[in-house]
Ligand binder design. Structure first.
Ligand SMILES: Cc1cc2nc3c(=O)[nH]c(=O)nc-3n(C[C@H](O)[C@H](O)[C@H](O)COP(=O)(O)OP(=O)(O)OC[C@H]3O[C@@H](n4cnc5c(N)ncnc54)[C@H](O)[C@@H]3O)c2cc1C
Length: 534
């Protein structure tokens, strides 16, 4: 351990937070002056979905709006399985958390009278999205909170280290195993702690087509699951219908607001395919548009967002971020339609937590996208994810603050997993391609079963801890999707295309249960159980 620039053996910290997006940074700040170690695989300010958020945070702060109306909208889009108490708690605490963010220096836009300016987004019954300089909310939040964290002496920041395992004994957290993010062969380092907060973000990058940063590969969810934590609603992945397909990974977003301004979806033949798909055409709910775009591409007809008539020369001024992304790829969206495809965008599932952010493991809390609170059900309402991250980060800090956590103990060497290999690039690519094709926008039982067998074999046999953790999360998503024999919210199965009223409940599972499903499926079709490392 002495070859590391950080003194990771410092014994004074009792709380370790993994992840420096909104959830992790905010939780660390709320815990101050209590000593906290904050770990991020990327340098502070990078590698977090938070920084890429363009819309803003939903909060019923405008005159005439109410927390109850916000909760009702959240429940309405969630496919019948939103935890209504959690939805209400979220909307009720929104105002206080926005005040906190203002105090930490986030410059939310204001109207001429100095009140918070609020925008409207799909499926919100009122204007309630607080934003920064139009589409810069994420960048501004990360910049302000990172600065505040750097100025807080009680927070020790460790950058460039990946958390690769949770160390537990008798169902209680004992510490965390980390490794240098750029050197798979480096010796692992261990931090002893009885209080770990996972705030590692989502799983989008497990898919070949995604809007999420590389760091959103589901590693936090995997390490919790491998330690035995209960995982909720893993099958529910939200796909953004219009990611820009011009050879970039991750794909830039063509925001929904473009369709709000009249941009249409067309195929290779110039036909508007959404007109036959839904009465609201391009403004239909996000999951319906995503499926229609997917189907058009699968049928070989292609999908494009056409803003030539709706925006034309006004494109650059109205949507500078999207305009810049297109120009960088050599396409002028004022003159040519933008090629688009659905992309993995947000994970409603995650580590199951209660209203205090506590997981099923003693000493493990989870906040932000890696967690599943029940607030989103089977489909997330726009701009509710940043809200959930900030509300639960505060709740976790409050819960920890009220506890006497025993001094960290040194971790028994037998808990440490030393063996590791570099992640074979082709294996990760194959896994991501299979998530797209078998666990994507449109699913079916056979495809899911094949994915389950494949991910289980990789999870069992991979020599790279990172690949194994990716496969662990992929297995949980695929096996939960295989088990849910219906279509609900963002989970759509062609072999069970209707909602089944008896299944109107959340999914709670464990890695052991997912492995059991894989075993059953292996017996049925043993030939397909090939790991991705072979
Ligand atoms: C393009 C885009 C636009 C979006 N727009 C909006 C919006 O307008 N409004 C909204 O509410 N939501 C939006 N979302 C969703 C929202 O941004 C995320 O859900 C939210 O930011 C998640 O915050 P978080 O703190 O949980 O995770 P993140 O912000 O993703 O942060 C995760 C952190 O964990 C670190 N990390 C990950 N794994 C490890 C590991 N194993 N070890 C160490 N560190 C690790 C990462 O480096 C990062 O620092 C958008 C998402 C995307 C991708």
């Amino acid at each position: 351990m002495s070859n590391n620039v950080y003194d990771l053996t410092r014994k004074t910290d009792d709380v370790v937070i993994v992840g420096a997006g909104l959830a992790g940074l905010f939780c660390a700040l709320k815990l101050a002056p209590r000593p906290v170690t904050l770990i991020s695989s990327a340098p502070l300010g990078e590698g977090a979905s938070t920084a890429w958020a363009q819309g803003g945070i939903a909060a019923a702060v405008a005159e005439g709006d109410s927390a109850e109306a916000h909760a009702a909208d959240t429940i309405a889009v969630g496919g019948g399985i939103v935890d209504e108490d959690i939805a209400l708690l979220l909307s009720r605490e929104a105002g206080r958390r926005i005040d906190d963010l203002l105090r930490y220096g986030v410059p939310f836009d204001r109207d001429l009278e100095g009140r918070l300016a609020v925008g409207r987004e799909a499926a919100h019954s009122a204007r309630r999205i607080v934003h920064v300089r139009g589409d810069m909310a994420g960048k501004a939040i990360i910049a302000a909170l990172s600065n505040a964290v750097r100025r807080t002496p009680s927070i020790r920041v460790i950058e460039g280290f990946v958390a690769e395992a949770l160390l537990t004994e008798d169902g209680a957290v004992m510490g965390l195993q980390l490794r240098n993010a750029r050197d798979a062969s480096a010796r692992p380092v261990v931090i002893a702690s009885r209080a770990v907060v996972l705030a590692t973000g989502g799983i989008g990058h497990l898919y070949a087509t995604t809007t999420n940063p590389r760091e959103a590969s589901g590693l936090g969810l995997a390490i919790a699951a491998r330690a035995g934590a209960v995982i909720a609603d893993a099958e529910f992945v939200q796909f953004h219908p219009t990611a820009i397909m011009m050879g970039r990974d991750p794909s830039p977003l063509a925001t929904e607001a473009l369709r709000g301004e009249g941009a249409t979806l067309i195929n290779d033949f110039g036909e508007r395919f959404m007109q036959k798909g839904h009465p609201l055409a391009e403004l239909a709910p996000r999951d319906i548009v995503a499926r229609a775009v997917f189907a058009e591409i699968a049928a070989g007809r292609g999908a494009f967002l056409d803003a030539r008539e709706a925006l034309g020369a006004r494109f650059a001024e109205k949507f500078p971020t999207v305009h810049a992304s297109c120009l960088a790829a050599g396409l002028d969206p004022a003159k040519r339609p933008i090629p688009v495809a659905p992309a993995a965008h947000y994970h409603m599932g995650g580590i199951a937590v209660d209203a205090r952010g506590r997981s099923s493991l003693k000493g493990l809390w989870a906040g932000g996208e890696v967690s599943s609170t029940g607030a989103h059900g089977a489909n997330r309402l726009a701009s509710n994810s940043l809200l959930e991250a900030v509300v639960f980060a505060a709740r976790i800090a409050e819960d920890i603050a009220g506890q006497q956590i025993e001094a960290p103990v040194s971790v028994s060497p037998k808990l440490v997993i030393a063996r590791n290999g570099a992640t074979p690039a082709f294996a990760a690519k194959k896994l991501r391609a299979m998530m797209n094709s078998h666990v994507g926008v449109i699913r079916d039982g056979d495809g899911l079963a094949e994915a389950v067998r494949c991910f289980a074999a990789t999870e069992r046999e991979a020599g790279s801890i990172a690949l194994r953790n990716m496969a662990t999360t992929a297995l949980l998503v695929a096996s939960s999707a295989w088990s849910r024999r219906e279509s609900r919210g963002a989970h759509y199965r062609i072999d069970y295309s209707l909602e089944e009223p008896l299944l109107a409940h959340r999914t709670m599972t464990t890695l052991a249960a997912a492995r059991e499903i894989a075993e059953t499926l292996k017996i049925r079709e043993p030939r397909n159980a090939q790991p991705m490392i072979a």
